[in-house]
Design a protein around this ligand. Structure first.
Ligand code: FEO
Ligand code: CA
Ligand code: CA
Ligand code: CA
Length: 591
């Protein structure tokens, strides 16, 4: 197993780069509404793997008219989100021409997945396909003849789904609220859902974030001991989005009051052991989890930055009790069991504070550790955290070690609720905040912050857009930042989710320099197909490939009349999936 993963993946980027950055150089694209992945001149793109593609064992080829739970369990899942490239264990020095691809499968568009779908009365088969289309995929990929392709039947290929059994660890493990009909011990959960953001640990495991799990559960009884918590988390008293409760009691909160408490966590998976049992880490809190970006503090404790994607929700940080030990992968897999979760307060003067959520102290004097882990939002409400405009991804720049947090929008913020960190009401276009940890240490109790950009079109005064002081005509407008990543030069790349509504053009990938005279000068490198968001992206370690998740192409239309037929073309259903981008001359992306 890759004990050297940390040095390989974490050190490589930083070591390759010097402080300071040049603005990326490419013939940026214009906003468009094309049903394709559109890339800058000199670049090319190809689909890599899409919903339904066979990945394990004797998986059948995809046939949208003959889809079945048995097939879906062995095929690539739906609605690609967080992705990561991991080195193969026998070639850990780098991702060169072989890699493991991790991809989250966030949610479902059953109206695009199934002919004649009735949202109020789905069939048992549709429900079970949906359960198996969520979760994540691990697929070995290889580069040959200038093209990455999935490796069928690799021993690493694996589906993790809404049916996969998982261990529960941390402060809430074993709590009576987590004891279910299937597991009276409260230490086992069935399935992972709405896997949106994620992260990779220095010990080579993947963290996958359960986001909008509240939409999976229905029939919450009014009143009762847990009513206030359920209300705070948006658990419904009526039917769920996908009506899973019609066939599976665990999604019916009246019949099964505790299964809902086994969801909403960060899940750790060992991608190198296909038989490993994933772990739900309650120490990182129960949220609509977004981002689990891992860095090391100065003393080598493990720091994980997390967001909670809801209007007026908070930004969180976990710091492990014990330090990372590069010689013990087994010990490292306990680092997320015990630590301190804090929540961010953004002062109007640009100062910032991490407020620890410690049971038994201050406003949490009457709380147990399990209470904080299960009702994390309620705990954060009590300590003076700053309600933000839907925290999405949070990432750390490998060059300047600053933290960048995306806030995608908040249509509910009023003028009375405006503050320096959330300065627009409503906030239709979202923004990115740059945070500098106190003393450069990610475990510091303080930080400073400033706004890097406020999304929207600077030529439209009603947007009140701001791009770090760059003149409006020199910016390609972007809106609704969601996922963030960095290239080797420390340039921020922003994946967007929502531009068809807010700017009238497809979502895509924007380069935003964070230093030098071009700081804030947004330029668009690519766009995704009609209806899709660019849900996640990553660069290969050599900087020559970009991998992107085209999520929900065709959203807003139906199977019978789809607005997108990406990637297969007319006559085919839209299929979310992962695509690659490279330069035709083989050079560095953005250079
Ligand atoms: Fe799944 Fe918050 O985007
Ligand atoms: Ca989003
Ligand atoms: Ca997201
Ligand atoms: Ca990211």
């Amino acid at each position: 197993m890759p004990l050297a993963y940390s040095a390989a993946a974490f050190g490589q980027l930083a070591a390759a780069c010097a402080e300071g950055s040049d603005a990326p150089a490419f013939d940026f694209i214009q906003p468009n509404s094309l049903d394709q992945v559109t890339v800058a001149a000199g670049y090319r793109t190809r689909p890599l793997i899409s919903w339904g593609d066979p990945i394990t064992g004797d998986a059948p080829p995809f046939d949208v008219h003959a889809q079945s739970p048995a097939a879906q369990a062995k095929q690539f899942g739906y609605n690609s989100d967080f992705l990561a490239l991991l080195p193969l264990p026998d070639d850990r020095s780098a991702v060169s021409d072989r890699a493991l691809l991790w991809n989250n499968h966030e949610f479902l568009n059953p109206e695009l997945m199934f002919p004649n779908y009735d949202p109020e009365a789905p069939t048992r088969e549709q429900v079970d396909i949906g359960l198996l289309a969520q979760g994540a995929s691990i697929v070995e990929i290889r580069l040959a003849n200038g093209r990455w392709l999935p490796v069928r039947n690799s021993r690493f290929n694996r589906r993790i789904t809404g049916q996969t059994l998982m261990n529960i660890r941390g402060p809430a493990a074993g709590d009576p609220r987590l004891r279910t009909a299937e597991d009276p011990t409260g230490t086992v959960a069935r399935g992972t859902f709405y896997n949106c953001g994620g992260g990779v640990t220095p010990w080579g495991t993947v963290l996958t974030d359960e986001e909008d799990v509240h939409t999976c559960f229905g029939n919450r009884p009014a009143g009762g001991a847990n009513d206030a918590v359920h209300h705070r988390y948006g658990i419904r008293t009526d039917a769920s989005d996908y009506r899973w409760e019609q066939y599976h009691d665990r999604f019916d909160v009246t019949k099964s009051p505790n299964d809902v408490f086994t969801t909403g966590y960060v899940v750790e998976v060992d991608p190198y052991d296909p038989d490993s049992t994933p772990t739900k880490h309650t120490a990182l809190g129960r949220l609509r989890h977004e981002a689990s970006t891992v860095v090391l503090a100065a003393d080598r404790r493990v720091v994980v930055y997390c967001g909670d994607d809801g209007r007026f929700e908070y930004v969180y940080r976990y710091v492990s009790t014990n330090p990372y030990d590069s010689s013990s992968r087994t010990a490292n897999q306990t680092l997320l069991d015990d630590g301190v979760l804090s929540v961010a307060r953004y002062g109007d003067d640009g100062s910032g504070e991490w407020i620890p959520l410690v049971a038994g102290h201050g406003p949490l004097a009457d709380w147990s550790g399990a209470d904080v882990a299960i009702n994390t939002r309620g705990a954060a409400d009590l300590v003076g955290a700053t309600p933000m405009d839907r925290p999405e991804d949070i990432d750390v720049n490998p060059i300047n070690s600053r933290i960048y947090a995306a806030f995608t929008n908040n249509i509910d913020r009023t003028e009375e609720q405006v503050d320096a960190a959330n300065p627009r009401a409503p906030n239709d276009h979202g923004h990115v905040i740059e945070m500098t940890p106190g003393g450069g240490d990610h475990a510091s109790p303080t930080f400073t912050w400033e706004i890097l950009f406020l999304g929207g079109d600077p030529r439209n005064p009603s947007h009140a857009a701001f791009y770090a002081g760059i003149d409006s005509e020199d910016v390609t407008p972007l809106a609704n930042p969601d996922n963030l990543l960095f290239d080797q030069q420390g340039t921020l790349y922003v994946c967007t989710d929502g531009q068809p509504v807010t700017l009238g053009s497809n979502d895509g990938l924007f380069a935003v320099p964070v230093s030098g005279p071009d700081r804030g000068r947004a330029r668009q490198l690519l766009s995704v197909p009609v209806g899709a968001e660019l849900a996640s992206g990553c660069f290969s370690p050599d900087g020559r490939w970009f991998f992107g998740s085209a999520q929900h192409p065709g959203e807003g239309s139906t199977f019978e009349s789809p607005s997108s037929t990406y990637p297969d073309g007319p006559g085919n259903p839209p299929r979310p999936g992962v695509f690659t981008v490279s330069k035709v001359d083989g050079g560095l992306i953005g250079a």
